[in-house]
Design a binder for this molecule. Structure first.
Ligand SMILES: NC(=O)c1ccc[n+]([C@@H]2O[C@H](COP(=O)([O-])OP(=O)(O)OC[C@H]3O[C@@H](n4cnc5c(N)ncnc54)[C@H](O)[C@@H]3O)[C@@H](O)[C@H]2O)c1
Length: 290
C-alpha cells in the first residue's frame, strides 16, 4: 500500500519520501511505480520520489507522515515513538491501518491531537474514497487540512463520526465474507458459485448505487419481509470460521502461496489483477467525469 499512497501524492506534485526498513521492499516499490508509468494507465507524470532506509532523514521537515507498515499494533506504536522524536510539532502522523482502533494506536503519543487514520483502498491511485477516522483527541483542524488536500487530489474523503474496528468498508466486507464461508461450509454452494453470483448480480450494481439506494429502490416493506425470512438463518459467528483456520494452517493463503480455495499461477493472478485494474480505471474516469 505504501508505494501506492506515495505515488498518488507524487502524481499531484507533492514532495514524497518513501521509507522502509527493507532495501528489497524499497526496490520493489520503485519497480512497481515505474511499471505503473510505463503501462500508460493515465499516469504520465509525477514528481520524483525519494526512496530511503533512514527514518530520521526521510521524515525531517515533513508536514505529513503516513504509516503503512504491517498490521501489527506494537510495531506501529513503536514506530510512532521514533517518528515523534524527529518530527516538527505541527506535522501530522497518520496511519493506514485496516482494522486497529486509532485511539489505541495514538495512546502513547506525546501529541495525540496530530494523529488519525486515513484508510485507503487498494490500489490507492485508482480508488478515490478514503475513510478518515479521528480519535476523540484528534484536533479537527487537522481533519479539515487533510480533507482539503484530498479534494485537491480528486479524492473522496469520508470522515467517520466515531471510531470502530474495521471502520465501515471492511466491516461490510467482513459481513459478506462471514456469510460466504458459512454457505460453503454448509455445502450450499462452492466458492466459484459464490464469486459468480456476486460478480453477476448485486456486485454489478454496487459501483453505481450504494446499498441504501438499492434498498430504497426495492422498498422497505419488501426488505422487511425478506429479512424476517433470512435473518434467523444467517451466520452470526464471532470468530473466523473453521474453514479459514484450516486454510491458514495448511498455508493455503491464496495468491502468496499459489493456492487458497482456488489454485493460482502467475498468468492467472495477472489476469485477475489486470481485469480489476481495467475496471477501476473505467470507473475512475467515469466518476471524475460526473
Ligand atoms: N493491502 C491492502 O489491500 C490494504 C488496504 C488498506 C489498508 N492496508 C493496511 O496498510 C498497511 C500495510 O499493508 P500492506 O498490505 O501494504 O503490507 P505489506 O506487508 O505489503 O507492506 C508493509 C511494509 O512495511 C515495511 N515495514 C515493516 N515494519 C516497518 C518499520 N518498522 N518501518 C518501516 N517499514 C516497515 C515492510 O518491509 C513492508 O514493505 C497495514 O496496516 C494494512 O492493514 C492494507
Amino acid at each position: 500500500m505504501g508505494h501506492g499512497i506515495a505515488f498518488e501524492f507524487a502524481k499531484f506534485g507533492h514532495e514524497v519520501t518513501l521509507f522502509d526498513i527493507s532495501q528489497n521492499k524499497l526496490k520493489l516499490a520503485k519497480d512497481k511505480i515505474e511499471k505503473l508509468i510505463s503501462n500508460k494507465s493515465g499516469y504520465d507524470s509525477y514528481r520524483e520520489i525519494t526512496f530511503m532506509k533512514n527514518l530520521k532523514e526521510s521524515i525531517l521537515g515533513a508536514e505529513i507522515v503516513i504509516e503503512a507498515i504491517n498490521e501489527n499494533y506494537d510495531a506501529k506504536v513503536d514506530l510512532y515513538s521514533k517518528i515523534e522524536k524527529f518530527l516538527d510539532n505541527k506535522s501530522l502522523i497518520i496511519s493506514n491501518t485496516s482494522s486497529l482502533l486509532p485511539s489505541k494506536l495514538s495512546k502513547n503519543l506525546q501529541r495525540p491531537e496530530r494523529f488519525f487514520v486515513t484508510h485507503y483502498f487498494n490500489p490507492p491511485y485508482n480508488i478515490p474514497l478514503v475513510e478518515i477516522v479521528p480519535t476523540l483527541e484528534t484536533d479537527l483542524r487537522n481533519i479539515d487540512k487533510i480533507k482539503k488536500l484530498y479534494f485537491e487530489m480528486n479524492k473522496n474523503p469520508v470522515v467517520l463520526k466515531k471510531e470502530i474496528n474495521g471502520f465501515i468498508a471492511n466491516r461490510l466486507q467482513a459481513a459478506i465474507q462471514r456469510e460466504s464461508i458459512n454457505l460453503v461450509e454448509q455445502e450450499i454452494a462452492t466458492p466459484q458459485d459464490i464469486d459468480n453470483i456476486v460478480k453477476n448480480t448485486f456486485g454489478r450494481r454496487l459501483s453505481v448505487a450504494g446499498p441504501f439506494e438499492i434498498w430504497e429502490q426495492i422498498g422497505w416493506d419488501l426488505v422487511e419481509k425478506i429479512l424476517l425470512e433470512i435473518l434467523p438463518n444467517l451466520s452470526n459467528k464471532k470468530s473466523p470460521s473453521k474453514l479459514i483456520k484450516e486454510k491458514v494452517l495448511q498455508k493455503k493463503l491464496g495468491f502468496s502461496t499459489n493456492e487458497g480455495f482456488y489454485k493460482w499461477d502467475t498468468k492467472k493472478k495477472e489476469k485477475l489483477v489486470d481485469a480489476i485494474s481495467k475496471n477501476l480505471i473505467l470507473l475512475r474516469d467515469f466518476n471524475s467525469n460526473e
